[in-house]
Design a protein. Sequence first.
Length: 130
Amino acid sequence: MGVWHKRNWYFSVPSSRAEVIVNTSYVENNNRRSKPFRVSEFEDVLAELKGVVERIRDIQQCLVEANLLLVAGIAKQFAFRDYPLSFLDLMQEGSIGLMRAIYKFRLEKGHRFSTYATWWIRQAMRRADE
């Protein structure tokens, strides 16, 4: 059985064999009562999920476009330090770091995106030289 705590599910380990039997019989009874899943319902859910994935990709693209000036600013700093790569190469590697930051960013942690992305952009530019 799950316990709800601070917006997360924590599952407790059964303390006895009797608790395991009760939990499995509960699941078996619920499975008997459940209705079969129709193909049309499955297709509707699949179409909805495809729409959600498409919206996520659009949002990611908007984030990349909105933060390209951040990448350009960091690339300028690297270019002025006589870094062996050209400005355009640094921009390209920084954009890859920006995409990685978008993938890894978690809003729940309370950090600003630009602060978080800066570390990933710099890391990608430094690794490009290796």
